[in-house]
Every structure is written in structure tokens, then in C-alpha cells.
Design a protein around this ligand. Structure first.
Ligand code: ADP
Ligand code: ADP
Length: 221
């Protein structure tokens, strides 16, 4: 039975970091809508330009566009055992569309929804120091999770970069967008018995171990 893990939490709560670490542990790929939208940067189409503008402002890409890219992604062969969904769903209509898609296309359903919560101050602290590798996607924090050599990826030595939407004022906007649009998913999944709350303010590896345990338990049931 395929496992569909929905990582829920505000910007900076560690969804991407944990998804990358868990991919090896649980053997299913990370599906990040944020990464997929960022990959559209190289395209010069009206849709790609609109998506870039929305992201720069910290708003949400429309549901129909988002649902369509997830539909295509989950149909790819590497997702045959499921996916670690990072940053999707982010609205109630997206969650409903995901339920429908899993049911109709894969005779499946969401397996578990780990919730990572942090305050807006912590989000700003984490995101201001976030750096990523443009080659392999590894994530770092200048203070909380630094690379061995300043500014360079541990895996491939590439020069680390900061995202353009990681400025404090955009982070605050994204956090508010989370409260308005995504936080209602907490009750949506709690009502379905899928929510598992974790303490997101612990060392990265402690959270990974807790998540891996929780996922293993649930996929055995
Ligand atoms: P973070 O985890 O730091 O909030 P992401 O990389 O998940 O950032 O997302 C970056 C941006 O991509 C969001 O601010 C939003 O504009 C867009 N985005 C990502 N996922 C979704 C989604 N599921 N629905 C709508 N917009 C999305
Ligand atoms: P999200 O995908 O939820 O937006 P990220 O995984 O990108 O969050 O993490 C945001 C920043 O916080 C990154 O710089 C990352 O290295 C750092 N970070 C992630 N988890 C922790 C943690 N448990 N403690 C301290 N910093 C963390």
C-alpha cells in the first residue's frame, strides 16, 4: 500500500529539511510544490511569469494550477510507493482535491499528517538564515545547520544561495497566508484522525527520528 505523507506547518517549520532526510529513511520521494514552482523560473511563458510574481509577493498560486502540477507529479513512476508532500496541500480545496485524486487514481488515501508548528519570530529567524544548494537542493541554516565550509554545499561544493522570497517582510506575509489559508487544514486532518503533532523546536535529527517512527508505525497498521 502506497504511503502519502502530508508535512504540514508554517514557512520555516522544517518541512523541506525533514522531507529530504526522510526520503532515504522511508523510501519515497519528496514532492515539493515550492520547488516545482521555482523550477518554472527558467520558462518564459505567461503562466511562469504569473507564478514568479505571486511567489515574490508571498501569496498562493491558484488552486487549479497547483492541483494540476501535483496530479502530473504523482502519476510519475517514482511515486508508485507514495510521496512525502512538502508544501501541498495549502488550502482546503487543495486538500479535497488531493483526497479525490488519491481515491480515484490510486485507490488510496492520505496516510498521516505530521504537524510542525513554530512562531512567526522563529519562522523569520530560520528563514533569514536559510541557504540552499542550487545543484542538489540541500538545505542549510547559517547558524542552526551550517555547512562544513561557509557558503559551500557539503555534498557537491556548489555555492549556496538565498531565495529571493526569504526576505523578512515576505516571510511575515507568508506566515499570515499560512494562518489564513493553511491552518484550517489542522482541523480538516484532525477530524479525519490523521494529524500527529510534533515539537518542531528540537534538533533536526531528533525530529527526523520521531517522524520516521511515526510513519513506520502508521504504515504497519
Ligand atoms: P516555504 O516552505 O518556505 O513556505 P515553499 O517553497 O513551500 O516555501 O513555497 C514557496 C512559494 O511557492 C509559496 O510562498 C507560494 O507562493 C508557492 N506555493 C508553494 N506551494 C504552494 C501551494 N500548495 N499552493 C499555492 N502556492 C504554493
Ligand atoms: P520549510 O520547508 O518548512 O519552509 P525548511 O526545511 O526550509 O522549512 O527550514 C527553514 C530553515 O530552518 C532552514 O534554514 C533549515 O536549515 C532550518 N531548520 C530546519 N529545521 C530546523 C530545526 N529543527 N532547528 C533549527 N533550524 C532548523
Amino acid at each position: 500500500m502506497a504511503a502519502y505523507i502530508v508535512l504540514l506547518g508554517p514557512p520555516g517549520s522544517g518541512k523541506g529539511t525533514q522531507a529530504k532526510l526522510l526520503t532515504d529513511e522511508v523510501g519515497i520521494p519528496q514532492v515539493s510544490t515550492g520547488d516545482m514552482f521555482r523550477a518554472m523560473k527558467t520558462q518564459d511563458t505567461p503562466l511562469a511569469r504569473k507564478v514568479q510574481q505571486i511567489m515574490a509577493e508571498g501569496k498562493l498560486v491558484p488552486d487549479d494550477v497547483t492541483i494540476e502540477i501535483v496530479k502530473e507529479r504523482l502519476a510519475q513512476s517514482d511515486c508508485s510507493k507514495g510521496a512525502l508532500l512538502d508544501g501541498f496541500p495549502r488550502t482546503v480545496p487543495q486538500a479535497e482535491a488531493l483526497d479525490k485524486l488519491l481515491e480515484e487514481s490510486f485507490h488510496s488515501q492520505v496516510t498521516i499528517v505530521p504537524l510542525l508548528s513554530i512562531t512567526v519570530e522563529e519562522a523569520v529567524r530560520r528563514i533569514s538564515g536559510r541557504r540552499g544548494c542550487p545543484q542538489c537542493g540541500a538545505l542549510y541554516h547559517v547558524e542552526f545547520n551550517p555547512p562544513r565550509e561557509m557558503g559551500k554545499c557539503d555534498h557537491d561544493g556548489a555555492k549556496l544561495v538565498q531565495r529571493d522570497d526569504d526576505r523578512p517582510e515576505v516571510v511575515r506575509e507568508r506566515y499570515q497566508v499560512y494562518l489564513d489559508n493553511t491552518a484550517p487544514l489542522i482541523n480538516y486532518y484532525r477530524d479525519r484522525g490523521l494529524l500527529v503533532e510534533l515539537d518542531a523546536v528540537q534538533p533536526i535529527e531528533v525530529i527526523t527520528a520521531e517522524l520516521a517512527d511515526t510513519i513506520r508505525q502508521r504504515t504497519k497498521e
